[in-house]
Every structure is written in C-alpha cells, then in structure tokens.
Write a protein that binds this ligand. Structure first.
Ligand code: ADP
Length: 490
C-alpha cells in the first residue's frame, strides 16, 4: 500500500510542477517577445511621429549642392541612433533607394545581395509608411519613405530580434533548472507526505485487523484532526459499538439459555411431584388410608394448578415479547383503581395480621391506560408486600401525581431484598428465596410481567431506596397514556 500511495503522490507532484512550469514558461517567453515587438514599433512611431518634427525635417531637408542624399540621411540617422535604439549589432538602419529598393547606405554594410525586400519595404516603395509587424517573422522592421532634394529614399530599420531570442533562451534554461530543482524537492516532499499519510493508515489497518480477530481491547490513538483522525475516531466508535452489541448479544444468548433451563426446571418440579404421588396412589390403592389418598390427590391438583399458572405467565410474557399484546386504553380514575386494589387485598392482609394504610393525594386525575393490566400490576406488588412481610407487618399504599405522571408506592416492613439482588428481581424466574416464593405459589415471573406492562404504558416500575427494613416499590404512569400507539381505545 505504501508503495502505491507513494507513487501516486510523486506522480501528482511531478505533473503539478511540470504543468505549472510549462504554463509559466510559455506565458513568460511569449510576453517577452510581445514586449519587444511592441517596444520596437512604439519607438519607431515616436521617432518618426509628430513629436519628433526636427528629426523628420532634418531627414527631408537637403543642403544646397548636396550630392549624396543617402549619405546625408545616413549621417542624420547616425545622430539619432539612441532614439532609434540602433546598436549596430542586432538593430541597424539602412537607407534604400525609394524607387528600386537598393541599399545606398547603412549603419553597417548591407548584407550580401542587398537588403531583403520585406512587406514593409514594399509598402514604403509604394509611398506609405511600412510599420506592420509579423509575429511569425524572425525579424522586426520599419520602412519610412522620405523625399529629399527631389529624390525619394526609404529609411529602413531592421531588428534581428536577437536580443529577445537570447533573453528567451536564458529564461528557458532558468525554467529548466527550476523544473529540475522543483522535481527533486517534490520527490523528497512526497516521501515525507507519504509517511505522514501512510503511517496512520497502517495503524488503522492493524487496529482493524485486531478487531477482525475479535480483540476490542485496544483503542486506536487519534493523532490528528484531519480526515484520517476523523476516520480513526469513527473506527473507535464503531469498535466500541460493536463490542457493546456483541456483549448485548452474548447477554441475550445467556438469558435465553437460562430461561430455557429455568422453564424446564420450574415445570419439572411439579411434574416430578405429580408423578411420584400418582405412582404411590397407583401402586397401593386400598392400602392407603382414605385421608392420605385425599391428601395425595390434593397435592396433585395443587401441582397441576401451579403448572397452569406458570404456563399462563409464560404465555403472557411471550405475547409481550412478540408484540402481540395490545393495550386496551381507556380513561379511568387512578384513585379508584388504587382503592379497589386496597379493598381486594384487605382480607388477605388481615389474615396475616398486617395493618394496611392507604394514603391518597387529593384530586388524583383520570388516567388513560389499560385498567385491567394496571390493576394486575398493583395487585402483584401489593400481594408481594403481603407475602414477603412476616405476619403482623405494616404496609402503606400511597399514591400521588408529579408533573404529567401519577404514581403508586407500596411500602412494607418485611424481609426486604439484599443489596446484591436488587438489580435482578425484575428478571424472569428470579427469586431471592426460591423455597419461600414457591411455597406461596410464586413463579418468579410476576415482577417481569409487571415491568413489561409498565414499559408498554411508557411508565415505569422501580425499587425505591430506603434505609429502614422492608421494601418500597414504585410504579409510575403517564396520565395521557403511551405516546407511541401500541394500544387501541378499549
Ligand atoms: P414471585 O412470584 O416469586 O413473587 P415476583 O416476580 O413477583 O415473583 O418477585 C420476584 C422476587 O422478588 C420474589 O421472589 C422475592 O424474592 C422478591 N420480592 C418481590 N417483592 C418483594 C417484597 N415486597 N419484599 C421482599 N422481596 C420481594
């Protein structure tokens, strides 16, 4: 991976530098040539234009008895060399015959075969000023027709563009040097860049490999705030979420196994009892005293009831689990439901010599809920209070409203729940004291069902912390009923 990323980086850098240099070089060289051409024609215009009347007059005015007009013109031009930029090397002037175009004089001797007739010379031969420039030509020239002493001449300035060319050559070699230097720097830089980019990616790859092998223990270090840093952060978050999900799945799987084991165990106990009592009855009918037979039959009936009870609870839970259990929502007075529960358990409580106190806040509202299910939850927690409080105890039912919820707290001074078990009593089949629960017909499913019912109402069922002995359990209901539509108006 390192190699391919590196090669890509080098390629990008090289392409960038080369294209930059080509564009800059072409632009520079073109503007230098353009500048030289413009400068030349501006100079010519200035020299022969209106501003320089003396010069033109000197060129045109012949002295008396003048013999060689061309030599005189050449002499004048020689005086104005500076104005014309004539350096006798790259730029020269010539005086041509205005009719034949033949070279009569010049700052340097005319080239062999005479001065070549250019477009501008042709224009001047026809009597006009030739100042046209050609980008493609390798020279610049200007041809100005002059009449002196009745004869016509052409002042011809020729620039070989050598200055511009040598400047361009110089610039080209400079650009090439810069290009080579730039390439060397870019290759070095790309090494550095590749390292800063590739290292975190390699770390990330190692981390991903570890996670793929199931090791979530190591958190990847986030070393930068750039995209790779963000990727590392996202990866850490993902690994954490994955770990949590796996833990949750394992917990669910364990719970499922426990549940199956619990169901089997819960059903096996009554079945074993039924079987052994039935076998005893089957083996020795007539041998047993009738009251014993009756007692055995009583046990059998009792155990079958228990099994029915467990199976009913399991069916209820399974309906909750599969979402097939719908609430039948209706408005009813909350205080009345609490009072009904109180009345219903009063007898049972008195049988155990408990005192039961009812404390209802004034003005408790109507609530929108499944009355039958809510009553089932209330009955469950109040009968637990009766069951798990030694005879002669005290049970207090208090109900009130806080915000948009109503609540009921059932407080007893019974055996309570050890700290270590408090978190688990809403689990299915969980009982602190299996023997005591079973004795009183408990299945260990009551509170799980109660909590499911409260959750479905978007309410809650909690243990309340208290310092005195016993247990306080609190249920809460939203007055308006659940917001999510998981019920229908009953
Ligand atoms: P059970 O059918 O066994 O009563 P529940 O689900 O109603 O099952 O309760 C689960 C366990 O919580 C009980 O077995 C008991 O150990 C404990 N528990 C419930 N209510 C009380 C209470 N008021 N005081 C002490 N322990 C309680």
């Amino acid at each position: 991976m390192r190699r391919s990323l590196h090669i890509k980086l080098v390629l990008i850098m090289v392409l960038l530098i080369v294209s930059l240099m080509v564009v800059v070089g072409a632009f520079l060289m073109n503007s230098v040539t353009g500048y030289y051409i413009d400068e030349f024609y501006e100079q010519m215009l200035a020299a022969f234009g209106q501003d320089n009347v003396d010069f033109v007059r000197d060129l045109q005015t012949a002295t008396e008895d003048e013999e060689d007009g061309a030599a005189m013109i050449s002499a004048v031009l020689s005086l104005y060399k500076g104005v014309l930029g004539v350096d006798d090397r790259n730029r020269n002037y010539f005086v041509l015959d205005g009719v034949t175009g033949r070279c009569l004089a010049g700052s340097v001797p005319a080239p062999e075969g005479g001065v070549a007739v250019t477009a501008n010379i042709s224009t001047a031969l026809l009597g006009s000023v030739g100042l046209a420039s050609s980008v493609t030509a390798d020279y610049m020239d200007a041809a100005i027709p002059i009449t002196r002493g009745g004869r016509s001449y052409i002042v011809y300035i020729l620039d070989s563009r050598e200055t511009a060319r040598s400047l361009n050559t110089e610039m080209f070699s400079l650009i090439m040097e810069a290009l080579v230097l730039g390439l060397i720097i870019s290759v070095l830089l790309s090494f550095l860049l590749a390292k800063t980019m590739v290292d975190p990616i390699q770390r990330l790859t190692r981390g991903i490999e570890e996670v793929a092998e199931g090791d979530f223990s190591r958190k990847l270090e986030v070393t930068s705030g750039d995209e790779i840093g963000q990727l590392t952060e996202s990866f850490n978050a993902m690994a954490q979420q994955l770990e949590a999900n796996i833990a949750e799945l394992e917990r669910a799987e364990q719970m499922r196994k426990d549940f199956v084991a619990n169901v089997s165990h819960e059903l096996r106990t009554p079945l074993t009892n039924i079987k052994s009592y039935a076998e005893t009855l089957d083996g020795g009918v007539g041998d047993l005293p009738p009251e014993m037979e009756k007692k055995f039959l009583g046990v059998i009936l009792n155990e079958s009831d228990r099994m029915t009870h467990i199976l009913q609870d399991l069916l209820t839970l399974s309906r909750f689990d599969s979402g097939r259990s719908e609430l039948r929502l209706a408005w009813f007075p909350f205080a009345k439901a609490v009072d009904d529960t109180y009345q219903a358990i009063l007898m049972d409580a008195q049988n155990h010599a408990h005192t039961v106190e009812l404390r209802l806040s004034d003005g408790l509202p109507q609530v929108r809920a499944d009355r039958e299910r809510v009553m089932q939850v209330m009955m469950n927690i109040v009968s637990n209070a009766i069951k798990y409080t030694p005879d002669g105890g005290r049970i207090v039912l208090s109900a009130g409203q806080s915000g948009d919820r109503v609540w009921l707290e059932v407080d007893d001074n019974g055996i309570g729940i050890p700290e270590s078990d408090r978190g688990r009593i809403f689990e299915r089949f969980y009982r602190v004291d299996k023997a005591r629960s079973r004795q009183s017909g408990g299945t260990g499913l009551g509170l799980s069902i109660a909590q499911e019912i409260m959750n479905q109402h978007e309410g809650g069922l909690y243990l309340v912390d208290k310092s005195e002995p016993g247990l306080t359990i609190r249920m809460e209901l939203p007055i308006q009923g659940p917001r999510k539509e998981n019920g229908h108006e009953g």
